[in-house]
Design a protein around this ligand. Structure first.
Ligand SMILES: [Fe+2]
Length: 126
């Protein structure tokens, strides 16, 4: 039986600054405090629960977005002069990719977590 991812924890040196980054760049709703977490709700029902941690281990979080959302988010990445790459190994700096016939780009949050937006799921391009 398939199951659904419900939430995961994003470890952060500063949960306020990290939640701010996710809200401002991705255009999410304001976080809701829940216990030690700042909870960010995504449109498919998954939440990212941001938690203070003095030594967060870099993780990877990828977000599926529409083409107009890609334009908005990528615009904010550029406005903020964040470094971005077309690939997860950070070899193609200042570029986006067109994998699966869509668009994708990688950047980092304040903890060094690798964030990615894609307009087509991996492998969907046939
Ligand atoms: Fe990825």
């Amino acid at each position: 039986m398939p199951v659904q991812l419900n939430h995961t924890i994003v470890h952060a040196r500063d949960k306020q600054a990290t939640a701010r980054h996710f809200v401002d760049v991705l255009g999410l709703d304001e976080p809701k405090p829940f216990g030690p977490f700042l909870v960010l709700e995504l449109s498919n029902g998954v939440s990212l629960d941001v938690l203070d941690d003095s030594e967060p281990v870099p993780q990877h979080y990828a977000f599926l977005v529409t083409e107009p959302e890609f334009d908005e988010i990528f615009g904010r990445i550029q406005e903020r002069e964040l470094r971005y790459w077309a690939d997860p190994f950070h070899r193609r700096r200042g570029e986006i990719n067109h994998n699966d016939g869509g668009r994708g780009v990688y950047w980092e949050d304040p903890n060094g977590h690798s964030l990615e937006i894609i307009t087509r799921p991996y492998g969907s391009g046939g």
